[in-house]
Design a binder for this molecule. Sequence first.
Ligand SMILES: Cc1ncc(COP(=O)(O)O)c(C=O)c1O
Length: 464
Amino acid sequence: MSSFNRRKFFQISTIGGLALSMPIDLKSAPSKEKKILLDPYQSSVGRFSHSYLRKIANKYGSPTYLYDWDLIKTRYLEFRDGFKKHYPKVKVHYAYKANTNLNIISYLTSLGAGAECISIGEMSFALKAGQKGENIIFTSNSKSEQELRFAIKNKVLINIDSLSGLKNLESLVGKLKTTVRVCFRINPDVETTSTHKHISTGHKFTKFGLMYLNEDIYKAAKIAIDNKFMTFEGIHSHIGSQILESKPFEKNAQILSSVSLEIKKRFNYEISFINMGGGLGIPYRDNQARFSPERLASIVCPILKRKFSGFKNLPEIWLEPGRYLVAEAGVLLSKVNSVKMTDIKNFINVDTGFNHLARPIMYEAYHRVRILNGKSKTKKFQVAGNICETGDMLTKDRLLPKPEVGDIIALLDSGAYGFSMASEYNSFYLPAEVAIKGNSDYLIRKREDFNDLLRNQILEKKLI
Ligand SMILES: Cc1ncc(COP(=O)(O)O)c(C=O)c1O
């Protein structure tokens, strides 16, 4: 058990989209809330007090990713139960690309989530996390024969993205004389306005999915229905990520329902599920409103119920959240190496960068920052990474307390697409990962060292 157990923690709850913190004493947790306070800007990060986070950074070093286990569970149940309230048959598959720490995926498996995977590596992670092949979906726009063989061998559901990809699978199952479960990713041509263009995946100019507009989906459906080695189970569409508007989800649900009804009409074939993908955003900014899974369910579920009202069997609704389940649970702790004040700009130079948190440079993403012993906001600073590139800024100008060298900063909401996108660029070591469950802390990934950088290199004497 951690030596920090007796510290004061803060339990965050959301009331009317407003984050409220209720100080609780972990020694007697869960205790009755005594007093409700507005989350003070510089006193806590989620349920963790600043002093607690500083001690974690001292104990495990820096930079370190920290995950609030209890919040992962809360978000998963919010998703599952939010949909179950509105629809009788719901399956949640966690999108592994958000974070593949073995403990996180095993925990989500234990809570009942399936797995949405993009590679042999992710499928292998899913199997290692205790998933059965039948609960794994393999979605990629570009599948190699090796990947298809792996998926078939492990009885994974294959999500087909193109007619060409379908042909590859047809010839493979013909050769192997083995059955395979398939579904089809549809490109519904749905635009999203609230998300960055690199993660808007459902409009007609993207590389993803069988075009809804040109009937490819029906050609594919016919091939799968006629192929004795294929079991055609459902249709899928993932329209993008960090979406905080209802219209695209609504349109997607309408299109997916219409496609499945058209398949029934044309081929007298009923699919068993409609997979609406992931994409639900989280509030990265202070005072940004939450779009709850329950609200999403209240928008899309009635569409399916209406469209399938005359049917004996409603199709199952499948979902693939990544970010929503793990983003807010994660905090990247980093140490201040130096503070540079100039007439033009002020920089807080930290010991991490886009090698460990790529979202700001890739998607111009906003992460809230806390200086862990900061008192009041004093000056505009940019938080600068230690990578040798001008673009390596973790924030633009922010009003922040001036830190001291050696202070710890926290980059909030880093649990999704944080560690999973991290690299060893500039030969920095990948960070440690730590989980906090209840009031105990656990190391769940060691910090890398030089041996990890060398691991697969072969020093060939004849070349030197
Ligand atoms: C096919 C698919 N499903 C689910 C997701 C998860 O999206 P999010 O993390 O936004 O929920 C992604 C992410 O890009 C994806 O590509």
